[in-house]
Design a protein around this ligand. Structure first.
Ligand code: DAH
Length: 339
C-alpha cells in the first residue's frame, strides 16, 4: 500500500511539473483527487487494512494529499502569473508610434468678422433683421428713393430675374421691409449677401457681404449716428481709433456721409495700407430721408432715424491685412487655416 502511495506521489508530481495549462492542472486534480481519483480510491479502501497499518497509511495518504494540493495551488498561481505577463506583453502600447491627428475645423474669416460685428451691435441693444437675396426692384431701389432712371442704378448694376425682380445690390432694402412691419423705436442691423454685375478682380466680386444698420425713434440726430458708429469702430479696431465724416450723397439719406477711420496700420501717419492718407474709408451713412420714412408709413414729422451700410470684405481685409478679395471665396485651406 505504501508503495502504491509513493507511486501516486511521484507520478502526480511529475505531471504537475510538466503541466502547461489550467485545463491540464484541473485534469490532474480530477485524476488523483477527484471523487473517482486514484488517491481518493486509496483513502476509500482504508477499511480493508489491518488495525496497525491503518494509521500509518492514513497519515501518509493525507500527507501526500496535502502536499499535492499545495503544489497544485502554487502551480496554478505560477501559471496565472505567466499568462498575465504574456497578455501584458501582447497588449503593450507603443508610445513611439505616430498618433492619428484630429484636425479641427474653424469658422471662415468672413464669418468670424461678421460674428464680431453682430456681437458689438447686439451689445448696444440692436437686434438682427434679415431680408431676401432675390428682391423686388421696389425694395432694392424705388422705395429707397432711387427711381427708374436714377444714375445711382448705374453703379449698382445687377442681375435681373424679371423686370421687377433683382438680386439685391445692397442690404438697404431690409430697412424698408423692417420699417413697413415695425413701429419705432427700431434698432436693427441686417447682415447678408449682395450682388452686382462686377467683374472679379482683387477688390471686386459679383457676390459680397454688407451689414446694414437702422435706428428710428423720436429725436434721433446726427450725434446719435456719430456716437454709435464711433463706438462700433473703437470696439472693432481699438480705443485709439479716430473717425471723420465726409459729406457724400446717397438717395435714401439726407444728409449723407462717408465715414473714415484713422489707419489701423500706422495710426494716421500715412503708410502703404492707407496709401499715405492716414485715413481709411469704411462705410456710408446718413439720416434716413423723410421720403423713405413716408414710403414706409412712418411720419417724418414725428420720427427721425439714421442708417449705415458696411462692406464686410473690406473690414475683414483691413483687419487681417489681406490684399486680394478673391482669397475669401477660393476656399484654399492654406489661406483659411491662418485665421
Ligand atoms: N447701400 C449703400 C451701398 O451699397 C451703403 C449705404 C450708405 C447704406 C448709406 C446706408 C446708408 O444705410 O445710410 O453703397
Amino acid at each position: 500500500m505504501k508503495e502504491k502511495l509513493e507511486q501516486i506521489r511521484t507520478a502526480a508530481e511529475a505531471e504537475l511539473n510538466s503541466a502547461g495549462s489550467m485545463e491540464q492542472l484541473e485534469g490532474i486534480r480530477i485524476k488523483y483527487m477527484g471523487k473517482k481519483g486514484e488517491l481518493t480510491a486509496v483513502l476509500k479502501g482504508m477499511g480493508k487494512l489491518s488495525k496497525e497499518e491503518r494509521p500509518v497509511i492514513g497519515a501518509l495518504a493525507n500527507e501526500i494529499r496535502q502536499k499535492l494540493e499545495t503544489e497544485l495551488e502554487s502551480r496554478k498561481a505560477a501559471l496565472q502569473a505567466e499568462l498575465e505577463a504574456e497578455k501584458l506583453k501582447e497588449e503593450v502600447i507603443d508610445v513611439t508610434m505616430p498618433g492619428r491627428k484630429n484636425s479641427e475645423g474653424k469658422l471662415h474669416p468672413l464669418t468670424q468678422v461678421m460674428d464680431e460685428i453682430k456681437r458689438i451691435f447686439i451689445g448696444m441693444g440692436f437686434s438682427i433683421a434679415e431680408g431676401p437675396e432675390v428682391e423686388y426692384d421696389y425694395y432694392n431701389f424705388e422705395a429707397l428713393n432711387i427711381p427708374k432712371n436714377h444714375p445711382a442704378r448705374d453703379t449698382q448694376d445687377t442681375f435681373y430675374i424679371e423686370d421687377n425682380i433683382v438680386l439685391r445690390t445692397q442690404t438697404s432694402p431690409i430697412q424698408v421691409r423692417v420699417m413697413e412691419k415695425t413701429k419705432p423705436p427700431i434698432r436693427i442691423i441686417a447682415p447678408g449677401k449682395v450682388y452686382r454685375s462686377d467683374t472679379v478682380d482683387a477688390t471686386h466680386s459679383p457676390v459680397f457681404h454688407q451689414i446694414e444698420g437702422l435706428v428710428v425713434d423720436k429725436d434721433v440726430t446726427m450725434a446719435d449716428l456719430k456716437g454709435t458708429l464711433e463706438m462700433f469702430v473703437k470696439s472693432l479696431y481699438g480705443d485709439s481709433t479716430r473717425v471723420r465724416f465726409r459729406p457724400h450723397h446717397f438717395p435714401f439719406t439726407e444728409p449723407s456721409a462717408e465715414m473714415d477711420i484713422s489707419c489701423f496700420n500706422c495710426g494716421g501717419k500715412g503708410c502703404s495700407v492707407c496709401k499715405g492718407e492716414g485715413w481709411i474709408e469704411i462705410l456710408g451713412c446718413g439720416m434716413v430721408h423723410p421720403k423713405v420714412l413716408a414710403n414706409c408709413g412712418i411720419d417724418p414729422e414725428e420720427y427721425s432715424g439714421f442708417a449705415f451700410g458696411v462692406g464686410l470684405e473690406r473690414i475683414a481685409m483691413g483687419k487681417y491685412d489681406i490684399n486680394d478679395l478673391r482669397l475669401f471665396f477660393e476656399n484654399d485651406l492654406r489661406f483659411l487655416d491662418q485665421f
